[in-house]
Design a binder for this molecule. Structure first.
Ligand SMILES: Cc1cc2nc3c(=O)[nH]c(=O)nc-3n(C[C@H](O)[C@H](O)[C@H](O)COP(=O)(O)O)c2cc1C
Length: 178
């Protein structure tokens, strides 16, 4: 058995370890052919500093994926800690089954630079041009160059961990500082 084979033989995958990640909740929006849609995406991250690049993982079966496939621009709104209901509304229903247009009208405002609409009162807004698309298992990693990025005055992010929503708690003292 080769080196790789012996490693595989010793692997031990505990399912609950995958639910120990802590993520923000982004609402990814896109429009194509006059139709817009929104979905929740916890796998939303800043993935490069120079230049700034955003990464968003969208499963191929999502309706939003079918729109983004045909477009070069998408938007992301990072939710605030009083917007868990928005994450549930856009994340627990698919546009393959229900039209989310009334939800978009209620919770979003137009983007100043194309892409999809932005969630009103979100912690931060981004509109991104797609720089690259990578197939990663079940998902497509969209690499986005920000064309527009705005933060609201108070930084109060919504956190998602183990399938539950949280607001940030106590700030810890930085080790070594007084
Ligand atoms: C909090 C939360 C986070 C989610 N994160 C992701 C994600 O990162 N990527 C993804 O493809 N789906 C994610 N989903 C699932 C989609 O939001 C969900 O399947 C949605 O119904 C897709 O909508 P659509 O088919 O209308 O595009 C998440 C759902 C929730 C509630």
């Amino acid at each position: 058995m080769g080196r790789e084979g012996s490693l595989i033989a010793r692997s031990l995958v505990e399912e609950r370890a995958f639910y120990r990640f802590l993520n923000p909740v982004g609402i990814v929006t896109a429009c194509h052919g006059g139709r817009c849609n929104a979905m929740s995406a916890e796998w939303t991250s800043l993935i490069s500093l120079k230049p700034y690049l955003l990464g968003v993982y969208v499963a191929r079966e999502r309706y939003t994926h079918s729109l983004i496939e045909q477009e070069e621009v998408f938007s992301v709104s990072l939710l605030r800690n009083d917007q868990a209901a928005v994450a549930v509304l856009f994340g627990n229903a698919t546009a393959w089954e229900v039209d989310k247009t009334p939800l978009l009208e209620q919770y979003t405002e137009p983007s100043p630079l194309g892409g999809g609409p932005l969630v009103k009162g979100a912690n931060a807004h981004f509109v991104c041009r797609i720089d690259a698309r990578h197939t990663v298992g079940s998902h497509t990693l969209l690499v986005g160059v920000p064309l527009y990025a705005r933060a609201v005055a108070r930084d109060e992010p919504l956190a998602y961990h183990g399938g539950r929503y949280y607001r940030l708690g106590e700030q810890l003292r930085r080790p070594g500082s007084r």
